[in-house]
Design a protein around this ligand. Sequence first.
Ligand code: SAM
Length: 176
Amino acid sequence: EVAVLRLGHRPGRDNRMTTHVGLTARALGADRVVLASDARTSLETISDITDRFGGPFSVELADDPKRIIREFPGVVVHLTMYGLPVQNVEDEIRAAHADGPVLVVVGAEKVSFDVYEAADYNVGVTNQPHSEVAGLAVFLDRLFDGRELDREWTDADRRVVPMATGKKVVPVDPEE
Ligand code: SAM
């Protein structure tokens, strides 16, 4: 299992970013995302996309996100510009994933230092400041070695037919 935990959420200001963390987690192969308890609007958008475009993927809210880190029964990877370069630790993390679940933690605003201490790995996707959405996307692609790009979806009610030019979306036969 791969779970993503988004720490922090400033209602209003962070709505799009929090939603995009969830949509990126879903699209790039994670099994679930956990959001801060005041991110209900983002939870609804992510659930709605999952209903239309398929899963399996789940989204939850957490009152105490740090407890999720403490009690996670696997490897905790905190994405931060201050961490070890992803290219140096990805093999080790992939090996750990072969044996058990991985929790990927991303922040919104400043992340408190206890998260750095609680994580098994603090990982930088470059050591430059950018975005939790970008960091998550690159990290998941490294973790899955690109295989997430070929993922199949179940229980979708629509599907995009890839085209060189144009936009084609077709209903999915429930028997499929
Ligand atoms: N300045 C904040 C701090 O010191 O914790 C970080 C805020 S940043 C806008 C939001 C999140 O994006 C971070 O918590 C981290 O998860 C992610 N992020 C930003 N740059 C990153 C990088 N180079 N590598 C990995 N994650 C990064």
